[in-house]
Design a protein around this ligand. Sequence first.
Ligand code: ATP
Ligand code: MG
Length: 359
Amino acid sequence: MGVRMRTYRIAAIPGDGIGRETVPAARRVLDVLSAAHGFELLWTEHPWGCAFHAETGAMMPSDGIEQLGEADAILLGAVGTPEVPDHVSLWGLLIPIRREFDQFVSLRPVRSLPGIRGPLRDERPFDLVVVRENTEGEYGEVGGRLYRGRPHELAVQEAVFTRMGVERIARYAFGLARTRSGRVASATKSNGIVHTMPFWDEVVAEVAADFPDVELTSYHVDALAALLVLDPTRFDVIVASNLFGDILSDLTAALAGSIGVAPCGNIDPTGRGPSMFEPIHGSAPDIVGTGSADPIGQIWSGALMLEHLGEKEAADRLVRALDRVVAAGTVTPDLGGTLSTNEVCDAFIEELRRSGTAA
Ligand code: ATP
Ligand code: MG
């Protein structure tokens, strides 16, 4: 019997700004890695984003979601340029993809990197994951504004939490904690937000009962933010609503030392549709074309993608290579190095080749 090569269809959306530099760079690294691990990534390229919008009036073609539905996963660069307002760029590409494919988990791992001095005084290494609810909560469209410009003008914005929504994000977080150190911290604010947050707490506690081996601690989100800065080593998996998770994961990304390194997975764990992987940084218009864009956030997002696809061994190898590339100082200026985007990728590829022959 012949051995069939495992193949995965990956939709690449470089998007805007430095996404067009980091996505091709990450693809190069991922292709070397996949060849070494006996699987193949079958790429399709989708040149959507603000340039596409300037030509066509839309951020992606009308059958864009259908095209992406053919893929096993999506690798996204960045979306947005200063000229196009967020409600056009984000709501024309990123948000529809997240919603159409019900990518209800926003998975954001962060850890200290060898030799990189973040903003923290404490140098003990930390390694944590923020699990952010990605579909409901505080970010919705229920609400409105009245009496514009008048003294009694008002704005109302409703938060929507559903039992299913809270339960499934909590279940994901507890399952993840089982594969790590077995601790979940839940972000709440039940002392100030008296309806939705007590509901969040109740449902999270119910899910916790199904995971007796995982330890749950609830923190008010303000205290949690302070503790993260004072001592991130005490946290492992943090589960949070859409808004709280958004804020906490930007905070934790900053702790690592550069916004350019942090990855993100927009995941539907049921596998009904493709999940999408992207660095947390934006299109960084200020450094486009300088060659100084850090590709690590994009490459690490690729590692999350491989893990999601079931290629855990390759994903782990890529993260180990990342540690060695950073430790060797073969990095871009944001991490204190002098290399270009492509030179960092060369360093990754060299590291992968070295670890491949050593194995
Ligand atoms: P967006 O609205 O698209 O999120 P933004 O302006 O909020 O954009 P970024 O585009 O992430 O945020 O840029 C913030 C700062 O971080 C900029 O100075 C940018 O140059 C820097 N930066 C972002 N990503 C990287 C990267 N990969 N490598 C180096 N610097 C980066
Ligand atoms: Mg931003």
